[in-house]
Design a protein around this ligand. Sequence first.
Ligand SMILES: [Zn+2]
Length: 263
Amino acid sequence: MSYTTAILLRRTDFGDNDLILTLLTKDWGKTSVIAKSAKKSRKRFAGTLDLFTVSQVLYKKGHGRLPLLQEAVLKHVFLSFRYDICKTAYASYWAELIFLWIEEYENQSDLYELFLYSLDTLDKGCIKDIELNILFQIKFLKLSGLSPVLEHCVKCRLPVDSISEHQIFFDLSRGGIVCKKCRTSDSGLFISKEAVKQLTYIDKNGFSGSGIFEFSQQSLYENQSFLETFIPYHLEKNPRSLKFLQQIRDNIDKKEVLKCLKN
Ligand SMILES: [Zn+2]
């Protein structure tokens, strides 16, 4: 028997009556369980079957392949996700990264705390969605041991401040910035020195100083785009939810432009 707190990452139909729930648990990492009769009786796991809800769960190993969910008690719902499709799209992207990248049954309490913090902050709207998206991705990479090398050339270790170019090449296969002298590959992208420094700052400090320190909007866009290229490259998969998120953001941007043109 395992008793823990969990966030619902994914829900899949299993036969006519059951559901497979993939949870990110506080104590046992990513875990898939079967919720018997969950489709037949909504009362049994009331309120806990919506994506991203936080619940207290109890499950036990059955005779089959997956543990059976015995109990689920609702702890918290992120209400704004019900009517804000953009927030749901961000949450879905982060959930898919965890779903695709993380092995089952490995303790991931830091990742659990990061995901919970990100969902809660997204729900409350205390920092901008773009800032939170950058923060989640850079911290996720750190926890996965795949932080991009941004402080110096990944090959000769020349510090970023000593690199003379304003646009620095990021070599995707090496996972870091390279100076002009060391650049041998074309598989990468250019990123401004300002964006590189901003991302290093966010990686170290989060947004703790953001009340005093204004982040350049242009660099935020660059960093969001950089991370949404770097992560799928290393995953060797294109998360479906990322495409959806990008489409929604494009539509919102287009609406904003139309609104400005009308005024
Ligand atoms: Zn170099």
